[in-house]
Design a binder for this molecule. Structure first.
Ligand SMILES: Cc1ncc(COP(=O)(O)O)c(C=O)c1O
Length: 376
């Protein structure tokens, strides 16, 4: 059987990883500035992560949600503290799309409505529901496209109050920072206005922190800088550092109903151990402060490079807007400098999502490589 062809791939087979580096079959190392779609938060094979998972595997790897699991309770406490969301209720799943799917289901159940507000350039996942809220006509199916969505521009309140005042919107869904769309930051003022408007019209606000969460922006969730209290928050990617973990954080004002949310694998013992290890490392190594500092540092340098039109982002979630197509530049970064970077739906954007403990010297090396390529 052949593999289903899903993505254009870099021509490399990765066999091993350590910290900010991955190694191919021939033992050549690559600087990982992408973390496999923003997943590697604490670095590859971090010793604490490996030891905690190994210990857990010897103890018990899995039992379902039919029994109590103290690791889930520990994870809820830790997440609540780091994200300043202790009052929320946690539902664990296995991916970002699932976390969002559960969020939109909760909102539709709670309000009895089915229409959504989403933002242009958004990405919320590839399941039918989340795809319907993703601004990518190329990926839509007849099914996902049948979800009624009102599309608005990021950081622009015009038309939103009018739409909410009709009382038929189940939820507004927004990424703290749009990732796949090319790194577009929702401003704190916009988030505050949006949250206030949602509150006024009793419409849940869903904050998708799947790419922008887990400490990447210098706060645990990027929206924390705005001081808002979303109704539902979703997290995944960096939360498990490679182990699939999805999380839907639900405000206590939502009433629980048995059977409404459920999962076989979500919140299993190994997944919880992985997420706990990530949170422990983020805290012990002060990775949020590091991400904030090193993000500011490298963004300032990147802004001085001729050919770079704009650098957007927060912490280590960075979009570099070039004056040309990013694909050949990324190819040279890969082939000449052995650096892995990300693309975006905007073809002129290079996306950087390195581990939060990436070394400053490595960021300098990247800036020098990009400058060389753009000058040649
Ligand atoms: C903001 C955001 N939401 C949701 C998803 C979907 O996550 P997953 O691929 O884990 O289903 C992604 C994935 O890129 C994302 O960036």
């Amino acid at each position: 059987m052949k593999l289903f062809d899903v993505y254009p791939m870099l021509d490399v087979t990765i066999e091993r990883g350590q910290g900010e580096r991955v190694f191919d079959k021939a033992g050549r190392d690559y600087l990982d500035l992408y973390g496999g779609h923003a997943v590697i938060s604490i670095g590859h094979t971090h010793p604490h992560y490996v030891a905690r998972l190994e210990r857990q595997l010897h103890q018990i790897g899995f039992y379902s949600n039919a029994v109590h699991n103290e690791l889930q309770i520990g994870l809820a406490h830790h997440l609540g503290r780091l994200g300043e969301v202790d009052q929320y209720h946690l539902f664990l799943s296995n991916s970002g799309a699932e976390a969002n799917e559960n969020a939109i289901k909760m909102a539709a159940y709670h309000t009895g409505r089915s229409k959504f507000i989403a933002f242009r350039k958004s990405f919320h996942g590839r399941t039918s529901g989340t795809l319907g809220l993703t601004d990518s006509p190329r990926l839509q199916t007849a099914f996902s496209a049948s979800i009624p969505v009102l599309w608005h521009d990021l950081n622009d309140m015009s038309g939103i109050e009018e739409a909410l005042s009709r009382g038929d919107v189940a939820a507004v869904i927004i990424e703290g920072i749009q990732g796949v769309g090319g790194i577009h930051v929702a401003t704190d003022d916009f988030l505050r206005d949006l949250a206030a408007c949602c509150k006024q019209y009793h419409t849940p606000l869903i904050l998708d922190e799947i790419q922008s969460g887990a400490g990447r922006t210098g706060k645990f969730f990027s929206f924390q800088s705005s001081g808002i209290e979303p109704d539902i928050i979703t997290s995944a990617k960096g939360l498990g550092n490679g182990f699939p973990v999805g999380a839907t954080l639900i405000h206590p004002s939502f009433e629980a109903r048995h059977g409404l949310l459920g999962t076989t694998f979500g919140g299993n013992h190994l997944a919880c151990a992985a997420a706990l290890a990530v949170l422990e490392v983020i805290e012990a190594e002060d990775l949020m402060t590091l991400a904030d500092r090193n993000g500011r540092y490298i963004m300032d340098i990147l802004r001085t490079i001729p050919g770079v039109l704009e650098v957007r982002g927060k912490g280590l979630m960075i979009g570099i807007q070039l004056d040309q197509s990013a694909a050949p530049i990324r190819k040279q970064l890969f082939e000449r400098y052995r650096m892995l970077t990300g693309n975006a739906s905007d073809p002129n954007v290079v996306r950087l999502l390195p581990p939060l403990n990436v070394r400053r010297e490595s960021l300098d090396d990247f800036a020098a490589a990009l400058k060389n390529i753009l000058e040649s």
